[in-house]
Design a binder for this molecule. Structure first.
Ligand code: ADP
Ligand code: MG
Length: 742
C-alpha cells in the first residue's frame, strides 16, 4: 500500500531515471503525483462523429488511421494524415511535421483533439494533439489501457522530460497509484469547516479530479470548479493562510512596546508637517499609531505608489517612537535612497532638534565607528542606512521602531528573515546579557541564541515595511498575509491627472503638431521607443532614425536630443542635466528613462509602438509625467495590427492611472511569476491553486483559517486544531522551505 509520503521511486514502474525527471518537476512523493492535476479533459464517452463537426470548435474525435504521408512544400514539410470513421474521413495537418514520419500505421485507433477548421469547403484538424490508443504489450494490458483511454472522460496531463513522460504515462501511473493508495487518508481539515463549505473527502477528491464521473459537468472540469477541484484547491490555500495567520497572531502575542500617544507627541508631529497631509496619509498614520500604542509588536506594511508620500508617514511614526524615548532605524535598499531619506529627514526633523545620523558603506571606517558609538549610547535618535549596514553591525541603546523602505519585492521568506533580524539582531544592544555575550560576533553569520531564551528579554521593536509595488489583493493575501496592510491610495494635491490617448501611427502628423503646441507653451516632452531585449540594436537604430527625423525634418527649430542605454555614462548624464534644466525640449529615448527620472516640467509623453510594451512598463513610463502642476498628456501610438492582448493593455492604460488596477490586470494577464519579474524565492509555489483563478477560494481560506485559530469551541476541537497545525507545518516546509511557523 502506498502512503502519501512514499517517495516516487517506490512506485511500481518508476525507476531512478524516471524519478529524476519527476524530481525536476517537483514531484518527489506519491502525494505530489496525486496533486499533479490534468490541465484539461477529453470527453471520450461520447466522441464526436466526423460528420457532425463544425468549423471553429475544439473537438475530440476517435478515429482510425487510413493514410498518412509527408509532403514537402517550398516553405516547409507538412505532414498529412487522413483518419476515418466508417465512410467519413477527416484530414489532419501538421506543419513542420517531419517528426511524425513513421508514427502512424493504417488501422491504428487514435484520439485526436484540436480545432476544426474549414479549408476549401472541407473540414480538417490543424495541428491536433493525438494519442494512439491501445498501444500496449500483452492482451490483458491492452484491455486495461484501453479502459483508461476510451469510453470515459479522460484526463490530459502536461508531459515531462521533453516528452519522455507523456500525458498517457501520467494517466496510467496516477491511476495505479490511486488504486494502491492506503484506503484511509487522515483528514486534516476540521469537520466544521468541511461541513460549512460542503467539502468532499480527500481521497474521493483525488479520485474524481483524475477520473471524473461520467455525468460530471464538462464546463466545471475545464474551469477547475468541480467538487473535487474545490476540495483540493481550498485545502492548499487553507494551510497557507493558516500558517500566515498563525505567524501574525504569534507576532502579536510577543511583548512589544506600548508607545504613548499623548498631546505632547501630537504637538511634536504637528510641528514638523511641511504641508497638509492627504486624507490617506492621515488615515494610515492613525492605523500605524494605533498599532504602536498596543503592547505587542507592530508588523505593518505601508503600501503606496511612487510619490504618494510614504516618507512623511514614516517620519511621523518615527516621532512617536523618539518622543517616547526610543531610537528608530530607517533602512533603505540603496545608498542613494538612504542619502535621499537623510536629506529629507534633516530638512523636516532637524528643526525640531531630533538627532539624525546616516550610516552608509562609503563612509570612512573611523567615521562609521564614531557613528556606531553614538547609536550605542543612544545619542542618535534616528539612524538612516542601508539594509546591510543596519542589519549586521549596529547596537542600539534602545531601539523602538524599525522602518524598512522595501522598494524591492520581497517574498514571504525573505521578509521573515529580515524581520527576524530586525527584531533579534537590532535588539541586541538592549538585551543586556545576550548582547554582551555576543560582542565580537556581531556582524558575522554565527547564529545568535534567540532572544526568547534570555531571561532579561526585552520588548520587540515595532516594524513598518514600506513598498511602492502595487500588490493586488490576492497576492497580498498570500505574500503579505502575515502583515497588517495600510494603503496610501491618494496622491498629494497639485497633481493633475494625466490624460491618456491612443492613436494609430497613420495620424503621426497630428501627434507631432500637438507636441509642437505643447512645447511652444513651455513644456517639455518625451518620445519613447520600445527596446525589445533580444534586439536592442535594432531598437536603438529605430530610435536614432526617429531622432534624426524629428530633429531635422519635423522640429528643426526646437532642441531635440536622444538618450539610450548604450551611450557613455558622461554623455547620458549631460543629456539628463540639460533636460532637467529645460534646455532640451524634446527627449527622444529608449526605455532607459523608466527609472529615476524626475522632471516636473515634462508634461507630454509619446510612446511609439505602444502595443509592444508590457502593462507594468507602460505604467512606469507614464509615471515620468504628471509630476508638475500642468496638465499632462500621454499618447500611445500604435503601428499596424494590434493583438487582442495588446488591445487590452492599451485600453487599461487609457481607462486608469491607478497602479493597483493596472497591477491587477497585469497579474491576470501574465500570472504571478511574470508579474514579479522573475520567479523568486519566497513566492509560494502552488501545487493545485492558481492565485488568479482561485481568488474566491483564497478569501474563504483566510476566513476559515481565522476561525480555526480562534481556539477550540463547540465547532472545532483542540485535537482537530492540533492536527490542522501539524499538517500546516509539514506543508509549509515543502512550500517555503525551512521556515519556522508556530
Ligand atoms: P514616496 O511614497 O514615493 O516615498 P515621497 O514621500 O517621496 O513619496 O513623496 C513624494 C513627494 O510628494 C515629495 O516631494 C513630498 O515632499 C511630497 N508630498 C508628500 N506628501 C505631501 C502632501 N501631503 N502634500 C504635498 N506634497 C506632499
Ligand atoms: Mg520613497
Amino acid at each position: 500500500m502506498l502512503e502519501p509520503s512514499t517517495p516516487v521511486q517506490y512506485v511500481k514502474g518508476i525507476g531512478p531515471r524516471i524519478a529524476e525527471i519527476l524530481a525536476a518537476k517537483g514531484l518527489a512523493t506519491v502525494d505530489d503525483l496525486l496533486h499533479y492535476l490534468p490541465f484539461r479533459y477529453e470527453d471520450r464517452v461520447n466522441p464526436r462523429g466526423i460528420a457532425e463537426l463544425r468549423a471553429g470548435e475544439m473537438a475530440t474525435v476517435i478515429a482510425e488511421v487510413r493514410t498518412s504521408g509527408l509532403f514537402r512544400t517550398r516553405r516547409m514539410p507538412i505532414f498529412q494524415m487522413t483518419a476515418g470513421q466508417g465512410r467519413s474521413r477527416l484530414k489532419c495537418i501538421w506543419f513542420n511535421g517531419a517528426y511524425l514520419k513513421d508514427k502512424f500505421q493504417p488501422g491504428q485507433m487514435l484520439a485526436l483533439y484540436g480545432r476544426v477548421e474549414e479549408n476549401r469547403g472541407e473540414l480538417q484538424l490543424l495541428q491536433p494533439q493525438f494519442e494512439i490508443l491501445g498501444e500496449a504489450e500483452g492482451e490483458a494490458e491492452q484491455k486495461a489501457a484501453e479502459s483508461l483511454e476510451i469510453g470515459r472522460i479522460v484526463p490530459i496531463y502536461e508531459s515531462a522530460g521533453q516528452g519522455k513522460l507523456t500525458s498517457r504515462w501520467f494517466r496510467r501511473i496516477i491511476h495505479a497509484v490511486l488504486e494502491n493508495l492506503k484506503p484511509e487518508l487522515p483528514e486534516s481539515i476540521p469537520a466544521a469547516v468541511r461541513k460549512r463549505l460542503d467539502l468532499i473527502a480527500s481521497r474521493q477528491a483525488l479520485w474524481k479530479v483524475h477520473w471524473p464521473d461520467e455525468g460530471e459537468s464538462f464546463q466545471d472540469l475545464q474551469a477547475s470548479r468541480t467538487q473535487a477541484h474545490i476540495r483540493l484547491i481550498f485545502e492548499e490555500l487553507f494551510f497557507i493562510e493558516l500558517g500566515l495567520e498563525l505567524k501574525r497572531r504569534e507576532q502579536k502575542a510577543q511583548t512589544g512596546i506600548a508607545f504613548e500617544l499623548n498631546d505632547a507627541v501630537r504637538e511634536a508631529i504637528k510641528k514638523i508637517l511641511p504641508f497638509h497631509p492627504t486624507g490617506a496619509q492621515k488615515r494610515t498614520l492613525k492605523e500605524i499609531a494605533a498599532d504602536m500604542e498596543k503592547p505587542y509588536p507592530m508588523r505593518r506594511l505601508l503600501q503606496g505608489d511612487v510619490g504618494s508620500g510614504k516618507t512623511l508617514v514614516a517620519f511621523e511614526a518615527a516621532i512617536i517612537a523618539i518622543e517616547n524615548g526610543y531610537q528608530v532605524a530607517l533602512m533603505a535598499p540603496t545608498e542613494i535612497l538612504a542619502q535621499q531619506h537623510y536629506f529629507s529627514a534633516r530638512r523636516i526633523l532637524e528643526p525640531s532638534g531630533y538627532r539624525i545620523v546616516l550610516l552608509t558603506g562609503s563612509l570612512e571606517e573611523d567615521r562609521k565607528r564614531e557613528i556606531r558609538r553614538h547609536i550605542a549610547k543612544g545619542n542618535a535618535q534616528l539612524v538612516i542606512g542601508t539594509h546591510a549596514l543596519i542589519e549586521q553591525k549596529v547596537e542600539f541603546e534602545k531601539l523602538g521602531l524599525v522602518i524598512v523602505d522595501e522598494q524591492h519585492r520581497f517574498g514571504v521568506l525573505q521578509r521573515f528573515k529580515l524581520m527576524k533580524k530586525s527584531g533579534e539582531q537590532l535588539n541586541r544592544g538592549e538585551t543586556g546579557a545576550s548582547a554582551r555575550q555576543n560582542k565580537g560576533r556581531v556582524g558575522t553569520d554565527t547564529p545568535v541564541r534567540p532572544a526568547e531564551h534570555s531571561s532579561e528579554r526585552s520588548a520587540e521593536p515595532d516594524v513598518l515595511v514600506m513598498t511602492a509595488t502595487p500588490i493586488p489583493r490576492t497576492l497580498a493575501l498570500t505574500l503579505y498575509g502575515d502583515l497588517d496592510i495600510s494603503v496610501l491610495d491618494e496622491m498629494p494635491p497639485g497633481r493633475t491627472p494625466i490624460v491618456t490617448r491612443r492613436v494609430g501611427d497613420e495620424r503621426a502628423d497630428e501627434v507631432w503638431q500637438f507636441l509642437r503646441k505643447q512645447v511652444t507653451t513651455g513644456h517639455q516632452a518625451y518620445v519613447v521607443y520600445p527596446v525589445i531585449e533580444e534586439n536592442e540594436e535594432n531598437e536603438i537604430k529605430a530610435a536614432m532614425k526617429m531622432y534624426s527625423e524629428l530633429s531635422k525634418k519635423i522640429f528643426p527649430d526646437l532642441n531635440v536630443a536622444v538618450l539610450h542605454g548604450r551611450m557613455e555614462p558622461d554623455l547620458k548624464e549631460q543629456v539628463m542635466r540639460l533636460f532637467q534644466q529645460g534646455k532640451i525640449q524634446i527627449l527622444v529615448s529608449t526605455t532607459v528613462i523608466e527609472v529615476g527620472v524626475d522632471v516636473p516640467n515634462a508634461a507630454v509623453m509619446v510612446i511609439e509602438h505602444a502595443e509592444r510594451f508590457g502593462l507594468a512598463q507602460l505604467h512606469q513610463l507614464r509615471g515620468r509625467i504628471g509630476r508638475g502642476a500642468a496638465k499632462s498628456f500621454c499618447i500611445l501610438m500604435t503601428s499596424g495590427k494590434v493583438s487582442e492582448e495588446a488591445e487590452r493593455r492599451l485600453d487599461a492604460m487609457v481607462r486608469t492611472t491607478d497602479g493597483f488596477q493596472i497591477a491587477e490586470l497585469d497579474l491576470e494577464m501574465r500570472g504571478p511569476g511574470e508579474f514579479f519579474g522573475t520567479r523568486q524565492a519566497g513566492m509560494p509555489s502552488l501545487q493545485v491553486a492558481n492565485l488568479i483563478r482561485d481568488r474566491d477560494l483564497l478569501e474563504l481560506a483566510k476566513k476559515e483559517a481565522g476561525a480555526v485559530l480562534s481556539g477550540p469551541n463547540s465547532e472545532i476541537s483542540q485535537a482537530e486544531i492540533d492536527r490542522a497545525l501539524w499538517h500546516m507545518r509539514t506543508r509549509w516546509q515543502k512550500t517555503y522551505g525551512l521556515v519556522e511557523v508556530g
